[in-house]
Design a binder for this molecule. Structure first.
Ligand SMILES: Cc1cc2nc3c(=O)[nH]c(=O)nc-3n(C[C@H](O)[C@H](O)[C@H](O)COP(=O)(O)O)c2cc1C
Length: 217
């Protein structure tokens, strides 16, 4: 047996110890509970708690996913930023249904969000772009995220062109950069338990109000 495969097959998971999750004490909205859980993640030094998986579907209905950064959250939704001409950008153009997933293994917590992603207005997108670092802005200005890179030197040349362009035009913005807001219609909070008695609480948006239900694990 290949030793890596052997290790995969014998890897332990959800060892704990984990915090408890009292579903009776939860707020009316998933947004408030999300903030409480996020504060808890910060308090427990979770590494990059704002890294999340964004799932989209392409025009044939095939799913896709990748890790992105959560840029903000408020009563209206969860925010991420990306190139509108990337693979995910094209997918969002044809189907705005998405899901987000956070997993913090150290505290055994998973948050699942399902909803709809919408692009923010031009001014907000421009501001988000300008808040990014110089290299990140230069790479976005190249405008080729997710297309085939024939050779590494093509990237290096394009980057150097855009970096000198930014030197001359420091506030140039890319019109293919957008901040997206995910308006949720379902949010689930999942707490692992060492004895496998995991606790799941799901919020459903019904007629504009949040209803919460516990789920079987
Ligand atoms: C921790 C982490 C954070 C990332 N954050 C972003 C991000 O905020 N925006 C983004 O466009 N790509 C981000 N990426 C890169 C994406 O995972 C992905 O490679 C890229 O967006 C292209 O995806 P696509 O081909 O599905 O469009 C991040 C990757 C990692 C591992």
């Amino acid at each position: 047996m290949n030793s890596v495969r052997n290790k995969i097959q014998n890897s332990k998971t959800l060892i704990g110890p984990f915090p408890t999750f009292e579903v009776q004490d939860t707020p009316y909205t998933p947004y408030e509970l999300f903030l409480t859980w996020f504060q808890f993640a910060f308090d427990h030094d979770i590494h990059e708690p704002h890294a999340m998986t964004l799932s989209t579907v392409d025009k044939k209905g095939n799913p896709d996913s990748r890790v992105l950064i959560l840029k903000d959250v408020d009563e209206e939704g969860w925010y991420f930023a990306t190139s509108t001409i990337s693979e995910k950008g094209k997918q969002l153009q044809t189907n705005s249904n998405v899901s987000l997933n956070f997993y913090w293994s150290l505290i055994g917590r998973q948050i699942r969000i399902r909803g709809n992603a919408m692009k923010m207005d031009k001014k907000t997108n421009m501001q988000d772009f300008l808040n990014r670092g110089k290299v990140a802005r230069a790479i976005t200005l190249i405008g080729k995220q997710s297309s085939i890179l024939e050779k590494q030197s093509d990237f290096e040349e394009a980057l150097s062109t855009q970096l000198s362009n930014l030197k001359d035009n420091p506030v140039e913005v890319s019109d293919s950069w957008a901040l997206y807001k995910v308006r949720a219609n379902e949010v689930e909070f999942w707490q692992a338990d060492e004895k496998r008695q995991h606790v799941r609480l799901k919020y459903f948006l019904e007629g504009g109000n949040w209803v919460k239900k516990q789920l079987w694990a």
